[in-house]
Each structure stands twice: as C-alpha cells, then as structure tokens.
Write a protein that binds this ligand. Structure first.
Ligand code: MG
Length: 303
C-alpha cells in the first residue's frame, strides 16, 4: 500500500500507521533537517526515534556530514534528547576510515577535509596529511614534485573550509598516479539554506578534484550504496528497513537505490512545493510516505 504513490501518513488511520510500523525492523535516519537543525532539536523527533527503539527497532543515524567524529555526533544527539550510541552513527568521516581499513590500505592519505575525517583515520591507524590552510603563493603554479609526499596512496575529499588552489594541484598530482585511490565523502551541492546566503557543500570540492584529475571518485555517502553494503554485514534486511530523510535527491534516492522503504519529512530541504515539482517533473525519486514532521508519527500512534 505504500509503494505505488506518496502516502500522506498524517491523514492515515491509526491502524494504517500500526501496519506501517510493523513493516520495518531497522530505522535509518538522516540527521540535519529531520532530527535537528544546526543545534536545535526538531520538536517530537527525539521522542519518535526513542519510541522506535522502545518497540524493538534497530536505529542508525546516517549523515553525510564529515566534520565530526562519531562520538561527537553521539554526544550531540544525546544532548538533544536522543538515545544514541556511537556505534549507531554512520557519518561519512567514519565511513572513509572504515572503507580504507577494510581494503587493507597501508599508505598515507592526502586529505582535503577536516579533523572529523582526520581523527577517524587516526583511530584506525591510517596516516594523513593536508588538514588546515594551504595558502596560495605569489606564483600560484609554483608546486614542485618535491612538495609531494611519496607515501601518499589515496586522496580523500570531504568538506574543507580551507580549500585552495594548491590543494587542488596536490590532489590532482597525486591522482595522476593510477595506483592512487580517490575517495569522496559525499556530493551534496549546498548546505541546507537558512538565509539568502548559499554555502557550497562537499560536492563542489569533489567535482573540482574530479575535473582537474580527470578521474571519478568512489563516493561513500548518500545516495551511494556503500552504507547498504556496510549495514548488510551487520545483518540488515533491506526490505524491512526504513530510511527517513528531508532531501529527495540524497536521502530518498539512497533509500530507493538500496531497496529500503522511504519516509520524507518536510522539516528540512525538500518542501511541499518541491515535492509537487518532483512528482510532476520526475527529477528525483518519490518517497513512499510523507509527513510534515517526524514527531507527527508518534502523535498519531498516541492519539
Ligand atoms: Mg538532511
């Protein structure tokens, strides 16, 4: 009943909501725009996530954000009222470290990114260089082969507020070697908008490095399927998994690609108007179910 069109759960009967709740065992939720916005919890989200846990669901927090380590994400979630353990946090900073460790990577990473990724790499014993400013010199093309680190065997690109031309030159120079791995956290175009200022996201940097290296990155974050493979190794059944998100082109696309059920909430990036546009123009996959906010689910159950 939930697969053929977008089902507005807000107007569902209590029995339909119960049937929906019985249709999955695992809940994956995006964070920003679903559970919280910046440092403010979205009303009702914590109670609903904690309720999922109470009725026996496994819960994971899935975020494309690469600027924090898992324990910091878990702490933030706990401070905002969510029951959360760091093992339930699937951030792209962690996925980068997990991926490189899983393939037995022993060399050094050239990192266009932040300490979030750097600290996760440290935790699995992988060395890295590149975090922090790398200023443009008067002669912007003045990079020499001796400026490159011969131990580097992978370029990782995530969010980096210190991104600069020398960083692009180094990344592309390392990637000129076919043996050098190319891994990216995510390809989000922008940060969620809170004013008229556009804040470019990691995708901006990934596309720049792809362009100058003439290579394609292995992208680990949503909507790519690496997370499903990771979770299948923890016993996840895709057909009985619900993905909750606020963006059709990352969260819902990810859920659809992985064979999960999908729930869109309208507290973040995708608005009611966007959803109508997506429905008409078919520019992104539609969710199975929609709710104005996650907390509405618990209100219906308890009504
Ligand atoms: Mg989001």
């Amino acid at each position: 009943m939930f697969k053929s069109a977008v089902f507005d759960l807000k107007h569902a009967e209590k029995e339909q909501v119960k049937e929906f709740l019985n249709s999955f065992d695992t809940v994956l939720s995006d964070c920003d725009g679903v559970l919280w916005i910046d440092n403010n919890a979205i009303p009702g989200s914590a109670d609903t996530m904690n309720y999922f846990r109470k009725i026996g669901k496994r819960v994971f927090f899935v975020t494309n954000n690469s600027t924090k380590i898992r324990s910091d994400f878990a702490l933030k979630a706990q401070q905002l009222g969510f029951i959360a353990d760091e093992n339930e946090i699937l951030s792209t900073s962690y996925l980068v470290a997990h991926y490189l460790k899983s393939i037995g990577f022993k060399k050094k990473v050239y990192l266009i990114g932040s300490n979030g990724i750097g600290d996760e790499l440290n935790a699995v014993g992988i060395k890295h260089v590149g975090v922090g400013p790398d200023h443009v010199k008067p002669d912007f093309k003045s990079l020499k082969p001796t400026d490159l680190d011969s131990e580097v065997g992978a370029v990782v690109v995530g969010f980096d507020e210190h991104v600069s031309y020398p960083k692009f030159m180094k990344a592309a120079s390392y990637l000129a070697s076919e043996d050098c791995l190319f891994v990216a956290t995510n390809t989000d175009e922008r940060f969620p908008k809170s004013s008229s200022i556009v804040v470019p996201g990691s995708g901006t940097l990934v596309r720049a490095v792809e362009t100058c290296s003439e290579r394609k990155a292995l992208v680990l974050g949503k909507p790519h399927e690496y997370i499903r493979k990771y979770l299948e190794s923890c016993g996840l059944n895709p057909a009985r998994t619900l993905m909750i998100g606020d963006r059709c082109n990352t969260d819902i696309e990810f859920g659809v690609r992985c064979g999960f059920q999908t729930l869109l909430v309208l507290t973040g990036v995708t608005s009611t108007r966007d959803l109508e546009k997506i429905r008409k123009e078919q520019i992104a996959p539609l969710p199975d179910v929609v709710l104005p906010k996650l907390g509405d689910l618990l209100e219906i159950v308890k009504s």
